[in-house]
Design a protein around this ligand. Structure first.
Ligand SMILES: Cc1cc2nc3c(=O)[nH]c(=O)nc-3n(C[C@H](O)[C@H](O)[C@H](O)COP(=O)(O)O)c2cc1C
Length: 467
């Protein structure tokens, strides 16, 4: 039986690591691993059913309270990540036909995925002694030197884990500071796994020593298996229910709330846009940009509760990419054109827009736009936000409506952490015959201060070489 426990636990750890690499292993594999994790999680609970059965028995030491809270938090977090994952599924669960609530599901999935990672590692830490006894036979446990060497190695890996935790922005995902998880697709997968393994070791380490500390706190006789009093059982049930309700409420209502209310950015347009000028070699380019403002049915007073990608430039609601376009126009003194929808606009709510855009991407929709003629230009500077790691579908319409043969398209993307996503290859496949040049991908929070970057990009050979 111990062996089955070990196999299930080891598989869960490996699958957990694999799950974290999301887009690096492909969406289908991610969905398969997610399903495998759910099955393993259920098996793990069946194997440990006695623990649940004994919940109402005996006294609660500090260790036991911590362990119980951890287990219930994990339960909530795993269930919520499974439900949100199934809702967003693009492969295995599309037969369910779920189309609503994508934006919320995305936020919940990101927070719960990272919470699972940390909680499961802490949980592993609490049971580390048990795991070790199952792994190493008794006769090989004698050497104190060996244990000290192992402790020192674990400490060194944990120290690196702190660095990896910061480098990989885990805290930001965990507390929903950013909605989109960034993956560097050019990075070797092994480096990604080594960092995540170090983060896991860090939390196993914390869990293990925290557990030891908690066990030292004076306790009642926790091995006493006498049934709890009725009052004790009621209190325990209430605490667990309240805890679950609180966690679900924070995830469901807190995430969209924080997302909407803490992202308004005020900008002094003149200061943000004007500055040093630069020359362009050859015919001046045309700047073409897409932004939410102008393509959205904003409700009255939306500026007071503006969503993540909106700016207030001199009190006027302004799209991030519009501000970037204005900066480029100021640097090069060239023309600019906005990609503007002629039909239905996007909804006022940021989350609803995320949801609509997800549907459009899945369907490869081509929303109608005002025509933009690029025939008089050799170069186009295309400025666009990342939407679901791809381009907004109105940008696809623009690319398909024009002949880019022999022209060069310079890319400036804005994003909430995904770099270029798949946009470079998306644009290459839509703008047939064009030479596509990466420029820069600007993180949304850096947009108001992006002029210097843009100036350096243009003057450092943006239009002559492919960086
Ligand atoms: C519908 C939608 C989908 C988005 N998808 C992503 C994404 O997949 N990755 C990312 O990093 N940012 C994403 N973002 C964030 C935007 O790329 C970012 O906020 C951008 O700066 C918005 O520019 P805008 O105000 O000009 O529209 C998304 C935003 C929206 C509205």
């Amino acid at each position: 039986m111990k062996k089955i426990h070990m196999i299930v636990n080891t598989l869960m750890t490996l699958v957990l690591l694999g799950l974290m690499s999301y887009s690096l292993i492909g969406e289908v594999t991610h969905e398969i691993l997610g399903t495998a994790m759910l099955v393993l999680f259920i098996v793990h609970h069946i194997l440990n059913r006695k623990w649940f059965g004994a919940l109402h028995k005996g006294k609660y030491s500090a260790f036991r309270i911590f362990q119980t809270i951890l287990v219930f938090l994990m339960l909530v977090s795993v269930i919520m990540s499974a439900v949100s994952g199934i809702m967003m599924s693009k492969h295995l669960y599309t037969f369910l036909g779920i189309t609503e609530g994508m934006a919320l599901a995305r936020g919940v999935h990101v927070v719960c995925a990272y919470a699972n990672y940390i909680l499961m590692s802490l949980h592993l830490g609490l049971h580390w002694n048990g795991m070790i006894s199952a792994m190493i036979p008794n006769d090989k446990k004698s050497s104190a030197t060996m244990w000290w060497v192992l402790r020192i190695i674990a400490l060194a890996i944990s120290a690196y884990g702190v660095y990896a935790f910061i480098k990989r922005q885990i805290g930001e995902y965990l507390f929903y500071q950013t909605q989109y998880v960034s993956f560097d697709e050019s990075e070797p997968l092994i480096l990604f796994y080594l960092d995540y393994l170090a983060i896991m070791v860090l939390f196993v380490f914390i869990g293990h020593y925290l557990g030891k500390l908690l066990k030292r706190i004076p306790k009642g006789n926790s091995s006493d298996k006498k049934p709890m009093t009725k009052k004790g059982r009621i209190i325990l049930a209430i605490v667990i229910v309240l805890l679950i309700v609180a966690v679900i409420a924070i995830i469901l209502f807190g995430i969209p709330y924080f997302n909407r209310h803490f992202k308004t950015v005020e900008v002094n347009r003149q200061q943000a846009v004007s500055g040093q000028k630069a020359d362009w070699q050859g015919n001046k380019p045309l700047v073409v940009y897409f932004t939410r403002v102008g393509n959205t049915d904003f409700e009255e007073g939306v500026d007071a509760v503006s969503g993540a990608s909106l700016l207030l430039a001199d009190g006027k609601l302004t799209g991030s990419d519009e501000l970037i376009a204005d900066m480029v126009v100021d640097i090069l003194d060239c023309e600019s054109k906005a990609i503007t929808l002629t039909g239905k606009k996007y909804p006022s709510s940021y989350n609803d827009t995320v949801s609509v855009a997800g549907d459009e991407l899945r369907e490869q929709a081509r929303p109608q736009i005002e025509p933009i003629d690029v025939s008089n230009y050799d170069s186009i500077i295309l400025i666009y936000p990342l939407w679901w790691s791809s381009i907004p579908m109105p940008v696809a319409t623009f690319l398909e409506q024009n002949d880019f043969n022999g022209k060069t398209i310079y890319l400036i993307a804005t994003q909430g952490s995904s770099g270029y996503g798949s946009t470079v290859s998306d644009i290459e496949s839509l703008a047939k015959g064009a030479k596509v040049v990466r420029g820069t991908s600007i993180y949304c929070e850096d947009i108001p201060n992006a002029r210097k970057t843009l100036y350096e990009l243009i003057t450092s050979g943006f239009n002559v070489s492919n960086p």
